[in-house]
Design a protein around this ligand. Structure first.
Ligand code: ADP
Ligand code: MG
Length: 363
């Protein structure tokens, strides 16, 4: 057994909670830092430092409490990491993955520069820029805020001239205009690069969205083996060529044999929550092992699985979930059940994917 390690996590949401649960299995102490006293991570962390991400006293306390620091969300301010690093904290991932993933144009330029295909894109600041960009790119396109967007927030689908009136412009914000792709499938790949440079990946998930929010992930994804291989190779190339350590969730669109990068996040990813019940190691186990310098295991899919997100509006239906040994319920313990808020997920494991999809859809 390895000696006990103390892990600090910036952010205290459900991803932090599941990291803490995973850490407990391996005997690690976990400390989360999150300004929200009620954040659900505190249900599983050994200690919760309640403070702003720029609060020097809180950050000092974190440094004193742990041996290694990681993050569970990509919008950690860069000043936070700089301050911690000045304090000689051990943050194996550093701030580079955050720098890249915090800005959609930066992220797409970085992957384009290493030869990974993306939808056509252009940075825009205002309506004038947008009109010029649309004249070149042509409808349909999609406008997104470069930073801070998630679950489809801060996005406008632009199919015709009048859609431009719907945009809420903010002069402090940068935007990216993307060509709207028609695709056959959306998929994602979770890779982890350990601090020794070794890269592993989890099986590709096929993602179904509802209202811009991930609804369901189907594994194995129903795509050709050669596409699977290519996505795995692209994902490995991204972490190696962009020199990213730790976990990275990468989203792709597939159209025929074409693969387009959509976005990436240097943290555990909602679409890989299925790994908790369907793989030999979960994404949380691999995240911790990777940043702690432990050997990264080869990942095996033990069973086909469908992961379904449980949203705030689903609360009354929780009693209808079948009480069988192949259905695994994870509820995060957030205090407020709000519409469109991710409250938990269900992993339906079994032999037949079509049956699992039916089971999930009947929830
Ligand atoms: P978020 O950070 O909200 O997940 P995404 O860039 O992944 O932002 O966009 C959310 C969803 O919008 C995607 O999962 C996809 O369904 C759709 N989408 C995003 N970009 C495009 C695009 N260029 N073409 C077509 N659909 C897109
Ligand atoms: Mg996305």
């Amino acid at each position: 057994m390895k000696k006990s390690r103390r892990v600090g996590i910036l952010g205290g949401g459900q991803l932090a909670k599941m990291l803490c649960d995973s850490g407990k299995k391996m005997g690690y102490q976990t400390v989360i830092l999150d300004p929200n006293r009620d954040s659900c991570g505190s249900l599983s962390a050994h200690k919760h430092i309640v403070c702003d991400y720029r609060d020097e006293n809180g950050l000092n306390e974190l440094c004193e409490s742990v041996d290694v620091i990681t993050y569970e969300f990509e919008n950690v301010p860069s000043e936070t990491i700089e301050y911690l690093e000045k304090n000689r904290a051990n943050i194996p991932q550093g701030k580079r993955p955050l720098y890249l993933s915090q800005h959609r144009v930066r992220e797409k330029e970085a992957v384009s520069n290493i030869g990974v295909k993306t939808a056509e894109f252009k940075k825009v600041k205002n309506l004038d820029d947008l009109k010029k960009a649309i004249a070149e790119m042509e409808f349909p396109c999609i406008l997104k805020t470069c930073s801070g967007g998630y679950d489809g927030k801060g996005q406008w689908k632009l199919l015709k001239e009048s859609d431009l009136n719907e945009i809420e412009w903010n002069e402090k914000v940068e935007y990216i205009l993307e060509k709207m792709l028609t695709f056959d499938k959306e998929v994602s790949c979770l890779v982890v690069r350990g601090i020794d440079g070794h890269v592993i990946n989890f099986p590709i998930g096929e993602n179904i969205h509802r209202n811009g929010i991930l609804n369901m992930t189907i594994v194995p994804a129903r795509i050709d083996r050669e596409i699977v291989n290519e996505i795995e190779n692209i994902s490995k190339k991204i972490v190696e060529r962009l020199d990213i350590y730790g976990p990275l969730g990468i989203e792709f669109f597939i159209k025929g044999k074409e693969i387009y990068f959509n976005e990436m996040a240097p943290r555990p990813h909602n679409s890989a929550h299925y790994t908790m019940d369907a793989c030999n190691y979960s994404q949380f186990d691999a995240h911790l092992r990777g940043i702690l310098g432990e050997e990264l295991p080869k990942i095996k899919l033990l069973t086909p699985v469908v992961m379904l997100n449980v949203m705030g509006e689903d609360r009354d239906r929780l009693d209808t979930i079948p009480n069988d040994s192949d259905t695994h319920i994870h509820i995060y313990g957030k205090t407020e059940w709000k519409k469109n808020r991710k409250m938990g997920h269900i992993n339906y494991c079994g032999k037949n994917i079509d049956e699992l999809i039916l089971k999930a859809n009947s929830f």
